[in-house]
Design a protein around this ligand. Structure first.
Ligand SMILES: Cc1ncc(COP(=O)(O)OP(=O)(O)O)c(N)n1
Ligand SMILES: Cc1nc(C(=O)O)sc1CCOP(=O)(O)O
Ligand SMILES: [Mg+2]
Length: 213
């Protein structure tokens, strides 16, 4: 499975409808603290907008709703994973992305046989409080060697200017929230992201790096 090198994360269907038509091909709907009917409606709208633009939609956290609504990709953190029914997710044919921040989490994630592994925070993030200090791009390269051919997502404090650094260090895709959603011109910033990641969009094979350090 090849992931687009630009992985947009937003907190509403409004954002999906606004930015996906610009050419975004990989988007996560990450909504917190909303009642189920609202979540369901947001997922439906995001799904329709993504279908219209040939964009892959990944639903964060709400794996049961994702199954119900016929989505095909979810993202879970380690706590989400502990509470999830992996067999049900597998039966529904959902692809699975998992968060990792340290070696123990990586081992837990790999044992669940995900479709991608995310690693962060590479740089400081303002989106949420995290137990981990910024990990740096060298550690992205280390994760690349550890996960082998599995798709690798880098996340945390990534800007359009920094995206090439994580892609050069072995990430398959760079995930972003605030560099776009808090930019004064999110549409222009999205276009800058599309341009900054374009060299990796056309690459079909990436040479393997060395063994883990
Ligand atoms: C691509 C990607 N990577 C990491 C996360 C974080 O997931 P999680 O640890 O479950 O935290 P929340 O996002 O749910 O607060 C993510 N959502 N996406
Ligand atoms: C939701 C999330 N998870 C992270 C992790 O490291 O697991 S970092 C993060 C926030 C990413 O937002 P921004 O691009 O604005 O830093
Ligand atoms: Mg989560």
């Amino acid at each position: 499975m090849k992931l687009d090198p630009f992985y947009l994360i937003v907190d509403s269907a409004n954002w999906v409808e606004r930015l996906v038509p610009l050419g975004v091909k990989l988007v996560q709907l990450r909504i917190k603290d909303q009642p189920e009917p609202v979540l369901r409606e947001e997922i439906r709208r995001a799904k329709a907008a993504c279908a219209a633009a040939d964009c892959r939609l990944i639903v964060n956290d709400y794996w049961k709703l994702a199954i119900d609504e016929g989505c095909d990709f979810i993202h879970l953190g380690q706590e989400d994973l502990a509470a999830a029914d992996l067999a049900a997710i597998g039966r529904a044919g959902l692809k699975l992305g998992l968060s990792t921040h340290d070696i123990a989490e990586l081992e837990t994630a790999l044992a669940a046989r995900p479709d991608y592994v995310a690693f962060g925070p590479v740089w400081p993030t303002v989106v949420k409080e995290m137990r981990w200090t910024p990990q740096g791009v060298e550690r992205v390269a280390n994760w690349r060697r550890r996960v082998g051919p599995m798709p690798l997502v880098a996340i945390g404090g990534i800007t359009a200017e920094r995206a090439p650094l994580v892609l050069e260090n072995g990430a398959d895709t760079a995930a972003v929230v605030t560099d776009i959603t808090r930019n004064p011109d999110p549409e222009a910033r999205t276009r800058q992201w599309l341009a900054a990641t374009a060299p990796w969009r056309s690459v079909t094979e990436r040479p393997h790096l060395g063994s883990p350090q």
